[in-house]
Design a protein around this ligand. Structure first.
Ligand SMILES: [Zn+2]
Length: 351
């Protein structure tokens, strides 16, 4: 893509883009004790509740019914615990449905390969180690036929150094930033408060979206929430979309996991027998139905398409990205005719 095409891509001449993103990983380990070894990965990935799949296949099937495209950020390091064949089945399930596979990383699974404990937080590793970890995960997925153009750190536990790693590896897109996870693991701090696509050290960051909601525990205050299926009703997803459209945002990113429809009420939920959270399952279905009914108001698309549409970060924005100067530098770039990048778009959801 040439520079002018890149400009057009972020000049918001297009509809609001909606990225549905699914972090795909193993969860719900209680059944392991009673399962045969070769049944463990599928039972966990599929979140079998009384034999009924409420995990990956349920999510894939829901999108198929509603005709929705999605990006699945697949965690490949768990193959050191559950085997390469299990990873192959996961990737095949997603790709056979015509959906997009990208890279998610929980380095703790390397403990099973190397026999020593690994931190699960990418930001706990040095710059060179981050490059190697992401390269390692990328190669595991490429072996399964995936073409990796986007990365999301496990638990959003990334810091600013991941962008240098992604640039070194030629991965043009990140989705490791989420304001809603700022106090819960996300250590990316050098870009101010962003809630829309922005350039970060030569990489496009498409954040997992965050909205604000009036919080009765804070009297007149607000709480931030990630735009995540497990904590966002279909009604609030609708309000966020409408607000984003009015504010001229370029994109929104919805987050869920393959295990999102499980009941996770207890702290140790992952070690208890799996049960469906019927409320979340119902809201997920309603959110899918709403997103599918775009009526020309938004376009549901994938990170693979975003990589093609955005192209490389233009040189004028590369120089400005990655420092506290970003917002003002981008604004002045806009006055000079270069692409303008949005600063913070807060979304207030009336309650
Ligand atoms: Zn994860």
């Amino acid at each position: 893509m040439n520079a002018s095409a890149s400009s057009a891509a972020i000049a918001n001449t297009d509809l609001l883009k909606v990225y549905i993103t699914v972090d795909v990983e193993y969860a719900g380990m209680a059944h392991i004790g009673g399962a045969k070894a070769d049944q463990i990965p599928d039972a966990s990935m599929e979140c079998l509740v009384d034999g009924k799949p409420m995990g990956l296949t349920h999510v894939v099937e829901s999108f198929r019914r509603h005709g929705l495209k999605a990006t699945f950020f697949v965690e490949p390091m768990a193959s050191y615990r559950f085997g390469e064949a299990a990873l192959a089945r996961t990737v095949k399930t997603i790709r056979d449905a015509g959906q997009d596979v990208q890279l998610h990383l929980h380095p703790a699974w390397l403990t099973f390969k190397e026999g020593k404990r690994h931190s699960d937080r990418l930001c706990d590793y040095g710059p060179a180690e981050q490059v190697e970890l992401i390269r390692h995960g990328k190669e595991l997925l490429e072996k399964q036929g995936a073409e990796i153009v986007a990365f999301r750190a496990g638990g959003f536990a990334a810091d600013d150094r991941q962008y240098q790693a992604l640039r070194e590896l030629g991965i043009p897109l990140s989705s490791s930033y989420c304001l809603g996870y700022r106090d819960q693991g996300c250590e990316i701090a050098g870009f101010g408060e962003r809630n829309d696509v922005f350039p970060a050290q030569g990489v496009w960051e498409i954040p997992a979206s965050t909205y604000r909601i009036r919080d009765v525990r804070k009297l007149l205050g607000f709480s931030r929430k990630p735009l995540q299926v497990g904590c966002t009703t279909a009604g609030n997803a609708r309000r966020v979309l409408e607000r984003a459209g009015r504010e001229g945002m370029r994109c929104l990113t919805l987050l869920l996991h393959n295990w999102e429809c499980l009941d996770r009420a207890a702290d140790d939920w992952s070690w208890k027998p799996m049960r469906t959270n019927t409320s979340v399952a119902r809201e997920f279905e309603a959110t899918c139905a709403y997103l599918a009914d775009a009526r020309g108001r938004w376009r549901v698309t994938t990170f693979a398409e975003a990589a093609r549409e955005l192209g490389p970060v233009p040189a004028a924005l590369q120089a400005a990205s990655g420092s506290a100067r970003t917002a003002s530098a981008s604004r002045s770039a806009g006055r000079n005719g270069a692409p303008t990048v949005p600063s913070l778009n807060r979304i207030y959801v009336p309650m």
